[in-house]
Write a protein that binds this ligand. Structure first.
Ligand code: 3NM
Ligand code: MG
Length: 539
């Protein structure tokens, strides 16, 4: 019985004026049950014992009608009086072992945990499930101990996964700030395949207060949340069979190039919108690059425009090149719109390691967003890896402090780079591109090394940024396999650079820029119109 409990949409009640208002709690819970919540916790921190028991009895009646377990927050005595299915205990409540002695093996006992140590202790003491939080800051509970974010929850899940059998078996829900706008992303990010476990521990559910109890219509709200829970998120990446590190497998190269040609044609045929929220330095160049490859650019840094723009079938580029507090809010507004519409987003964390402001901005964006592609140079990607909570054993000899936005000296060997990129992509469930003389790109299962391009790209401004623009157009035009689309974008861009660099009229970086725009355009026309392919020039 106990192991059949469905924790997926876990309602925690609240009887305060701020959330419940003047409504009747029993009525609200009944609506939520009709909407599809799968388990209910009665949480009332202020009522007298008599009221707690009489309300709990009414709630238990309703829950039984729907065959849904009812748990009582904190009060083992109330649970006993009512005969409901169990209790939920905070860190300051009765010890789990004592509650177990009183309630017996059949009752459900859950525990609030916010750290690995608390999780370990709760499992040892016999908790059936863990409520892990606080995920995000919430108005519902102001005195929460720690805001641990997605990474904090991941760490606890990973710990449980690698500990004993009881830890592997314990159920988990996350709590704090979960609502319809972030539920799918939270589940998606907490369900990433693990590098070590073949069937990694994932979150079993989300615990929610205000998004249900405080909703104008708790039944519709629960129904909507349940629907989101069981549907794939709009931004879901296509998952493919694992491939292995590509050295020079001829078949694989032929396949990649054939796909790249299709993707180049698709950009030309569809002329997708490339919505750039980018820095002052590259706006003009990025727009020209987008036009040259056949895409349709818009430079729109105002987040309020994004809800409309996100519906046009294009992709968004977030380029942190000139981040400001205002800019960060605009990014977040735009990211929320594209994540909701399923429009792909490319994150270009320009100079992410350079200042604490940029490190914090990256951290904050990573914690609240899904990015389909993250591209950057070695130091930027290392900063992203840190923001994602990856601990890298060896970070080479150099310091990770970045000067300016140039790429600096290499920190990792080539196989290490490939490994970092694949680890990060697997963790974020997206595509990660680390640029350099050799580019590494991975979706966590397939990792490619590409070595096209020309040294002139390192001598002009915006070559990294406009590669992000190029990739955005490619994934907008070919969303089915984002890795192949991004690879195609890289190939188009870098092969055009090679062709430009050897032109007779190119004498240096200055003359390279217009020649590069010409060749981006020429590749697009030649491949897009099927006149020739460029497989011959790919290395
Ligand atoms: N416990 P909402 S956060 C009851 O972190 C509770 O342990 C938390 O409310 C914890 O879904 C929380 O409205 C409130 O954000 C969650
Ligand atoms: Mg408590």
């Amino acid at each position: 019985m106990k192991d059949q409990v469905n924790y997926s949409l876990y309602l925690v009640t609240d009887s305060t004026e701020a959330i419940l208002g003047s409504r009747d709690l029993v009525e609200v819970v009944e609506q939520a049950l009709l909407g599809g919540v799968t388990i209910v916790q009665y949480r009332d921190k202020s009522s007298d014992t008599g009221i707690l028991i009489s309300t709990a009895k009414k709630l238990h009646e309703k829950c039984k009608q729907h065959n849904i377990p009812l748990l009582i927050n904190d009060r083992v005595d109330v649970a006993l009086a009512v005969g409901c299915e169990g209790v939920h205990l905070g860190q300051d409540d009765m010890n789990i072992s004592e509650a177990r002695r009183i309630l017996g093996e059949d009752k459900i006992i859950g525990a609030t945990v916010s750290s690995i140590e608390e999780a370990r202790v709760a499992v040892v003491r016999g908790a059936d499930y863990l409520g892990i939080g606080t995920l995000y800051a919430t108005n519902t509970k102001k005195n929460t101990k720690d805001i641990i974010g997605i990474n904090g929850i991941r760490k606890i899940l990973r710990f449980l996964d690698t500990a004993d059998e009881a830890s592997k078996a314990v159920k988990t829900v996350c709590i704090g700030g979960v609502n319809a706008s972030n539920l799918q992303r939270i589940i998606y990010q907490l369900s990433a395949p693990s590098p070590t476990a073949s069937k990694p521990k994932t979150i079993d559910g989300v615990a929610i207060v205000s998004a249900i109890v405080g909703a104008p219509n708790p039944k519709e709200a629960s129904k909507h949340l349940f629907q989101l829970l069981v549907s794939p998120p709009p931004f879901k990446a296509t998952s493919n069979e694992p491939h292995f590190w590509l050295e020079k497998d001829e078949d694989e190269v032929t396949h990649l190039l054939a796909e790249a040609i299709k993707a180049t044609k698709a950009v030309r045929d569809k002329s997708p919108l490339s919505h750039n929220m980018t820095n002052l330095v590259v706006q003009n160049f990025a727009a020209n690059v987008a036009l040259a490859i056949g895409a349709s650019p818009i430079m729109a840094n105002y987040g309020a425009e994004a809800p409309d723009l996100s519906k046009l079938g294009g992709a968004l580029v977030i380029n942190m090149g000139t981040v400001t507090p205002d800019g960060l809010l605009n990014y977040k507004q735009a990211i929320a719109a594209y994540n909701a519409a399923g429009g792909p987003i490319v994150l270009d964390p320009v100079g992410a390691g350079a200042t604490s402001v940029r490190r914090d901005a990256l951290q904050s964006l990573m914690a609240t967003s899904y990015f389909d592609v993250i591209k950057g140079n070695e130091r930027e990607i290392l900063q992203v890896a840190r923001a994602s909570g990856l601990t890298l054993q060896s970070e080479g000899s150099g310091s990770s402090q970045q000067r300016g936005v140039d790429s600096g000296k290499a920190l990792f060997s080539l196989p290490e780079k490939a490994y970092v990129v694949s680890l990060l992509a697997r963790r974020e469930r997206n595509v990660v591109l680390m640029t350099g003389a050799t580019d590494f790109i991975s979706d966590g299962t397939r990792t490619y090394a590409l070595s096209n391009g020309h040294a002139y790209l390192g001598l002009i401004t915006g070559s990294g940024c406009t590669l992000g623009t190029t990739i955005s157009a490619y994934i907008a035009a070919s969303p089915g396999d984002k890795l192949l689309a991004a690879v195609a974008g890289v190939l188009h861009y870098e092969i055009a650079a090679e062709m430009a660099a050897v032109r007779g009229d190119v004498k240096g970086p200055g003359t390279f820029v217009p020649a590069f725009l010409d060749e981006l355009y020429n590749v697009s026309v030649a491949v897009g119109e099927g006149k020739e392919d460029w497989t011959g020039v790919a290395k």
